[in-house]
Write a protein that binds this ligand. Structure first.
Ligand SMILES: [Mg+2]
Length: 248
């Protein structure tokens, strides 16, 4: 069986571990199940995510799938791509073999979460979108959970480009969309369980994969938000409770 674990709101909150998550992941590893850490956060590089997980006692090497990796599947080597996004996207685009540009002709614009965004960057991205470049979003999550509350997610930046550029994204790459689902299925196989804190991304990803969806209340979704759609297979307090129920 494959385990598909969301990161923000399941494993950690803004890189601070959620109690019991490291032990739960160690238990999954001991059972020999396949495992993927699947995040719509495209900001960090894969190495940075792995290092942050290692710092809280989680070995994730080779098992991390980000929406930056998914969005890179949507462009072709040699295309001229403008990124209004963070280092994770730049890394994935480089590996894909695209030409990362800041002006001139643009084939595609990729928008993802980054905290050092600038008005000039927004202007360049929206101008390219208005000029007919393909408009790609890593994900459209409106918010990003932190221990202090919800921060703006990639969806807020995508909305800014869409407003100024005059149209909505052509394709979204991350959960629950096809590019991400394809990467996840290639990594964990044809059956499994998705553990996530957001039904509209993690739940729909599970539905599209034909996997069970375990909703956890350790992130964005709280008791007051229930019921949610799509309905989870089961709702748990946190990842440790899911693993205790599944693996004993
Ligand atoms: Mg989450």
């Amino acid at each position: 069986m494959g385990w598909v674990l969301d990161l923000d709101g399941v494993v950690w909150l803004a890189h601070r571990p959620i109690a019991g998550s490291a032990e739960a992941i160690a238990a999954i590893r001991r059972c020999g199940h396949s495992l993927a850490f699947v995040t719509n956060n495209s900001q960090a590089t894969v190495g940075q995510v792995a290092d942050r997980l290692a710092a809280i006692g989680i070995d994730a090497d080779g098992d991390i799938i980000t929406s930056a990796m998914a969005v890179a599947e949507l462009v072709q080597p040699g295309q001229r791509v403008l990124a209004f996004a963070g280092p994770g996207v730049t890394e994935a685009l480089r590996e894909r073999g695209v030409d990362i540009v800041t002006d001139g002709h643009v084939d595609a614009v990729v928008v993802g979460k980054h905290v050092d965004l600038s008005y000039q960057g927004l202007a360049a991205a929206s101008r390219a979108v208005r000029s007919g470049a393909q408009f790609l979003a890593t994900n459209t999550d409106p918010t990003y959970p932190t221990p202090d509350g919800l921060d703006p997610g990639a969806g807020a930046l995508v909305a800014a480009v869409a407003t100024a550029g005059g149209r909505q994204p052509d394709l979204v790459a991350g959960k629950p969309h096809a590019a991400m689902a394809g990467l996840v299925r290639d990594h964990v196989g044809d059956s499994g369980i998705v553990v996530g804190d957001v039904a509209s991304t993690d739940g729909l990803l599970a539905l599209s994969l034909g996997f069970r969806f375990a909703l956890v209340l350790s992130g964005v979704t709280t008791e007051a938000d229930l019921p949610v759609q799509p309905a989870p297979w089961h709702t748990f307090a946190d990842l440790a409770s899911v693993v205790a129920a599944e693996l004993g």
